[in-house]
Write a protein that binds this ligand. Structure first.
Ligand code: NAD
Length: 352
């Protein structure tokens, strides 16, 4: 067996239906008395309710400005708000956008974070922050970004619309896939990533119907596992492309991941040596790229970048940005290869 390094992530995880009830206890456990509850405008009512439950003894207020791709201007306004309200901790309640705002604030202040995720994005399990500055998404990692606590309460995911649930599930699967072939992959993460994929693939077709409650529980656990996988390993071409598309063209994050994933897999396959075998096994397929593409189609998710709003004339610009900085990837990056990948993904051609 190859040698490896494994570092466990320090985030405390509380999982279970109804567990939002322990939020106040977790705030007190960290010695906080003036936390800010963060949400998007769309989840304002949820944020107000949670801030009200914490009450004035623990909560300084609710801020509902979280925005996808974490634009710098939003962070700067939120930072001023936090200073004005003498905030001593952050409670993001929402998907990756809300956790992203929290992380961007923590990067600048080291404020502790208690995350309450409501999608399958998995950001609460990583030390990664992507911020959009001057139209480009810049990614960085660091201990000040890693949240202290994550409360996974599937009750909060019951309201997630099915289309977002599906694409968010693919976003999570993409984390696990890239961890399997990461330059710093290791046996623990291989196990966790594969199990995350298995749970999500099993749950995604059951999110509606009689088994929806159990499927939501399973999907959120899968998302946690996939988030751990992303947080423990280096990202490669797939995440790089998703960030380029999000930051430069403001494409929706989970949908972009869904449309791109089969093509990133197909690009890297020739350079792999069994790293995706466990994922193939989880999907019961010999051709993972096709299986992911077909699953997305069956579940009604977007399978082309055109569908998610990518401009046709953006392919060249995206190729240049993706190739401009070096990063680890199983298959060497070539301009022609990435352009062809993006062209196939734009048109949604089933990977061959
Ligand atoms: P999102 O957080 O933008 O949520 C999409 C919309 O759905 C929002 O309006 C949100 O309020 C709403 N929503 C979320 N949960 C809901 C629920 N349970 N019920 C009803 N509405 C709900 O989308 P996302 O895909 O979770 O996050 C995307 C962002 O996360 C991107 O900016 C991406 O870069 C970032 N991200 C970061 C990491 C990381 O490790 N740094 C990982 C994954 C994603």
């Amino acid at each position: 067996m190859d040698s490896f390094i494994f570092k466990g992530l320090p985030t405390r995880v509380i999982f279970g239906r109804g567990k939002l009830a322990v939020l106040g206890h977790e705030v007190e456990r960290l010695g906080l008395t003036r936390v800010a509850v963060l949400t998007t405008p769309q989840q304002r009512a949820t944020g107000q309710e949670i801030a009200g439950q914490l009450g004035p003894v623990l909560c300084a207020g609710h801020l509902d400005t979280a925005t996808m791709h974490t634009p710098l201007e939003v962070t700067e306004d939120a930072l001023a708000w936090c200073r004005e309200h003498r905030v001593d901790g952050l409670v993001p309640v929402g998907g990756g956008s809300t956790v992203g705002l929290s992380k961007a604030l923590s990067l600048r202040t080291w404020l502790p974070q208690i995350c309450v995720p409501t999608t399958y994005a998995g950001s609460e399990m990583t030390d990664i922050l992507g911020q959009t500055i001057d139209g480009k998404k810049q990614t960085q990692r660091g201990p000040e970004i890693q949240p202290q606590v994550a409360i996974y309460d599937p009750d909060l995911t019951d309201t997630m619309p099915i289309p977002l649930s599906i694409t968010s599930g693919f976003n999570a699967i993409a984390h696990a896939i890239e961890a399997l072939y990461a330059v710093d992959a290791n046996p623990i993460i291989e196990y966790i990533a594969t199990e995350g994929i298995r749970k999500l693939v099993g749950a995604m077709s059951e999110l509606e119907g009689p088994n929806s409650r159990a499927a939501r529980d399973e999907a959120l656990q899968g998302a946690w596992f996939c988030g751990v996988s992303l947080g423990s390993c280096a990202m490669a071409l797939h995440h790089k492309l998703a960030h380029v598309l999000g930051g430069s063209f403001n494409l929706p994050h989970a949908e972009s991941h869904t449309a791109l994933l089969p093509f990133s897999i197909a690009y890297n396959e020739p350079a792999l040596n069994g790293q995706l075998d466990t994922a193939r096994h989880a999907l019961r397929t010999d051709n993972l790229a096709q299986a992911i593409f077909d699953l997305a189609k069956t579940l009604g998710a977007p399978t082309s970048l055109a569908e998610v709003g990518m401009p046709a004339d953006g392919i060249d610009a995206a190729t240049e940005i993706a190739i401009s900085q070096p990063y680890s990837n199983p298959r060497p990056l070539s301009r022609e290869g990435i352009r062809a990948l993006l062209d196939d993904a734009y048109h949604g051609r089933r990977p061959s």
